[in-house]
Design a protein around this ligand. Structure first.
Ligand code: G6P
Ligand code: MG
Length: 220
């Protein structure tokens, strides 16, 4: 039976996935190239650097190394402007009830994010105290789809991958979880997250007890 749940942060617990998109969008507007929310799906979960590479590939834009560096700095400045305005209201619907339910049932909780801003997001949204373990983008060498961030979280929880369930909204995140040997719940669109063991649209669409029943089936 599973002992822990490991959550991706952006797009799973908080609505920051949209802020990442809006930040990149301001940069692509300046470049005068098209970049849609659907295009953004393949950036989700990637490190800042890998997201930029992917963005250049999608849009066909070319940058010098110095321009690349500048774009990364600007993207982070734009994103951090959104962060300054974040409050506990940015926690996605149903998330707190789910965390409370899992805690009451003695499941240990972790966050595993590629973001170097993860601790700041958790602080602003007052989610930090829920988690036994937090691993963020400053502590890993290889970002998702590499499983490193999830394996690190499992190691710190002192459990094996098969004893944990990962929650992910990104294709790269689902791939990372599966590569690490974890059970994975996709949170979002079924067509994007089809490799996950179970898919839910969001935490507001399922009661904690129904989710619990589904999770128990997964790890049986
Ligand atoms: C998360 C998001 C990505 C983002 C990455 C790096 O994984 O899903 O969209 O690119 O973190 O975030 P950072 O805050 O370090 O730029
Ligand atoms: Mg995410």
């Amino acid at each position: 039976f599973f002992q822990a749940c490991i959550f991706d942060l952006d797009g799973v617990l908080v609505n920051t996935a949209h802020y990442h998109f809006l930040s990149w969008k301001q940069i692509t507007n300046r470049w005068k190239v098209t970049f849609t929310e659907q295009d953004n799906e393949s950036l989700k979960g990637l490190s800042r650097e890998d997201s930029l590479s992917r963005l250049l590939h999608i849009t066909g834009k070319q940058l010098t190394p110095a321009e690349r560096e500048q774009a990364l700095i600007e993207k982070n400045e734009l994103f951090r402007q959104y962060l300054t305005q974040m409050t506990p209201d940015d926690v996605l619907p149903g998330v707190t009830a789910c965390l409370r339910f899992l805690k009451e049932n003695h499941i240990r909780l972790a966050v595993a994010s590629s973001s170097k801003n993860a601790r700041m997001v958790l602080q602003k949204t007052e989610l930090t105290p829920w988690f036994d373990v937090i691993v963020d983008g400053t502590e890993i060498e290889k970002a998702k789809p590499d499983p490193e961030v999830f394996l690190k979280a499992a190691a710190r929880l002192n459990i094996q991958p098969h004893q944990a369930i990962v929650f992910e909204d990104a294709k790269a995140g689902v791939e990372a979880a599966l590569a690490g040997g974890f059970c994975c719940v996709g949170v979002g669109q079924a067509d994007i997250l089809q490799q996950a063991h179970l898919i839910i649209p969001d935490f507001a669409s399922i009661s904690p007890s129904d989710l619990w029943i589904s999770l128990s089936g997964l790890s049986a």
